[in-house]
Design a protein around this ligand. Sequence first.
Ligand code: GLN
Length: 566
Amino acid sequence: MTKHIFVTGGVVSGLGKGLTGSSLGRLLKARGLRVTMQKLDPYLNIDPGTMNPFEHGEVFVTDDGGETDLDLGHYERFIDENLTQDSNSTTGSIYSSVIAAERRGDYLGRTVQVIPHITDEIKRRITRLASDEVDVVITEVGGTVGDIEILPFLEAVRQFRLDVGRENVLYVHVTLVPFIGPSSEQKTKPTQHSVTELRSRGIQPDAIVCRSDDPISIDLRRKISNLCDVPLEGVVNAADAASLYEIPVVLHEEGLDDHVCRLLGLDDHTLDFEAWNQLVARVKAASTPVRIGVIGKYVSLPDAYLSVVEALNHAGIHHGAEIDLEWVQAEEAEGLLAAGRLRDLDGIVIPGGFGERGIEGKIAAAAYAREHNVPCLGLCLGMQVMTIEYARNALNLTGANSTEFDPRTRHPVIDLMESQRDVTDMGGTMRLGAYVAQLSAGSRVALAYGEEVVSERHRHRYEFNPKYRKRFEQSDLTLSGESPDGRLVEFIELENHPYWIGTQAHPEFKSRPDRPAPLFRTFVAAALDRAAGRNPQLPNVVESIIDEPNVDGPGVDADLAAAEKS
Ligand code: GLN
């Protein structure tokens, strides 16, 4: 019987419920349990795909093309499992299923209501992740207890325990214990209120994870235990950790996984946490500074680039480097470059994005990197921008552009795929999910990956325009990876440059803390070499692209099925 853990949040949003659940997932996996995770989001959008990154942060893309909440990125990075779109359900998608069933006549003329029809659909979604292959499903309920929108989820989750048996369900509540300056005290009252609210919905938490700036005292824990009716060992303190990847260690030291396993009858599994401890030791040891500029449109909300930042960090951990991020607003990039203000960057990342704003700044950054031998990695839109830059400035294709930004450009080097031209619906019309690419033998990207057939995730409408293929093939810019049928350009790289590589994919989504995405790993190596060149006190990274194939990745075979659609 699959066990279910539900993670709710109280007091305020943004407490790191997703990271708490992910960390618990990691601890259970380290006990040899098979874990999967999902998020229930209480908003009406069918998925976050149509939301502005300022609203929602990054849209995380799964292998099967799901456009999902960024917490799924945390789940994948921590439990090291590829999830599917089934791991994210929104209120919108749940209502949409129920209303479609009503239109089909599935309810046989009965009145369709929140209870039981919406709650049943929520329970169906929770159950569909449980299988013979899964020991534990961790379900995070988005939002905060006390929100109106969250009520059907809490009711479904409450009923779930009765449906599958008390011994198979556990509730973890994540709350805040704030420090109040004037009285110099940490306060438990918000936690008490939030647990009272949860109990008024019929859910008694089995464990409370208290977030706080500084560690909380045993007396305070006792008080919370007493007032919230949770045994002392179930009151766990997650004080702010120096890095994300230390959170599982903190929660383990606090005894969360022991408590959870005891209650769920899973305590015959012993923990082997050596690998994760080693990772944390490497995180702490990573100290060689390297300055990476991210030229983006949504830089005032770094969550919009969460997986890019994490992939850079993974590469940093691998090389013992500390990534010092410089967020550059794309519209300001041209001015900053001209004023020499970005001269000390060791590497430039041009991430994905949509719409025209900031495009010329990104093009200027790509040009600067190309002309000044600064390592540059272009991701999706970033690759498109590099293509435009090269077309304009190296191939003299004046006014070259993407038809996304200039539909009447004389040189549409980036254009819509034929099949996308007549699409008007904004939801789910993109090339989404994992696709296989064939890399050119001996190319830098092939050397970085250590293989010639690779699979990466996509999320875009526009593509390299094959009409310009010949012009590029005669130049220094190599089209070094393409779709298996040869129609789509997936990777580009510049000869005679330390590192100027772009990909139409988003390799950041598959990066893992102990297995950095190959292009990020080699990009940071190149940036470190530049840093060492500028500052001879820093060690030189000789890894470079050639020595280290991506030996232990999940392997292309596993992705082939998902990518068949290409
Ligand atoms: N806007 C571009 C496209 O739709 C790039 C998308 C992206 O960077 N994810 O093709």
